[in-house]
Design a protein around this ligand. Structure first.
Ligand SMILES: [Zn+2]
Length: 253
């Protein structure tokens, strides 16, 4: 095989690898952000649960104060009962006292309900705390994993860069320029094999002379349709023979 072709095939393989690594490198920052977002989200859930829990406590305290003030009201009514000489007023105060006692009992029922709600919230709060702590811990692990991955990829890319420079220095300048020009537009497949008499890139039939030239390996053949560099190997010759005769090589033997 032509030495330039051999080097170009290695170069194409390394360039594909570098492309994959660069794509992976680009995915690291979004992953970092996702990890942080997830941790912040669980922290927010915890804060909200804490606030809801406190809110319940405030409401319960309000009810407690209300009970206290109603009890004072009852004391006042009782005092007024002692002081009045009018039977009608005495009875009216008695009714007020009954109403207030009724109100107190209703408030105390609500207080009990609130306390039950608080119990449920204690469980919720403990769960939210656990989830937030776990997210924090896994965030730390994941971020350090991502840092490590990033460092490794950067190192690999540096090594590929060095290898690339070395490869390029060995390839004919015109041939390399041709390769480099097509690299971005041909999806990383610039040097392709002959595929049953056609260009392995665009699949247009090649001219007999082009195949002969590719087989000889003495000069670089380019596809007149897509401009890709064409090469030919012994395996392809066998595949072509197999195709034209319609037999498997094993049957021919
Ligand atoms: Zn082509």
């Amino acid at each position: 095989m032509n030495e330039d072709i051999r080097q170009l095939l290695v170069l194409q393989d390394r360039d594909a690898k570098a492309n994959r690594l660069e794509a992976e490198l680009e995915s690291i920052d979004p992953e970092r952000k996702k990890t942080r977002r997830e941790s912040i989200r669980t922290q927010q859930v915890l804060e909200q649960t804490k606030q809801d829990h406190m809110q319940l406590e405030v409401r319960r305290k309000d009810l407690e104060n209300e009970v206290e003030s109603r009890k004072e009201q009852i004391l006042k009514y009782s005092q007024q009962q002692l002081e009045t000489k009018k039977n009608e007023e005495y009875q009216a105060l008695g009714r007020e006292i009954d109403h207030t006692r009724q109100a107190i009992s209703e408030i105390e029922d609500r207080e009990l309900e609130l306390m039950e709600e608080q119990d449920v919230f204690k469980t919720k709060l403990a769960e939210a705390k656990r989830v937030a702590e776990e997210a924090k811990a896994s965030e730390a692990v994941m971020l350090s994993d991502l840092d490590e991955r990033e460092k490794n990829i950067e190192k690999e890319l540096d090594e590929l860069d060095e290898e690339r420079e070395e490869l390029v220095s060995k390839i004919n300048k015109k041939t390399y320029a041709h390769y480099d020009r097509l690299l971005d537009t041909k999806g990383g497949r610039v040097i392709v094999g002959v595929d049953h008499g056609s260009c392995g890139g665009c699949h247009m039939k090649l001219q007999a002379q082009e195949i002969v030239n590719a087989k000889s390996g003495r000069e670089m053949v380019t596809c007149t349709n897509c401009g890709r560099l064409i090469y030919y190997t012994r395996e392809m010759i066998m595949a072509d023979e197999l195709d034209y005769s319609g037999h498997r090589p094993a049957e021919k033997l």
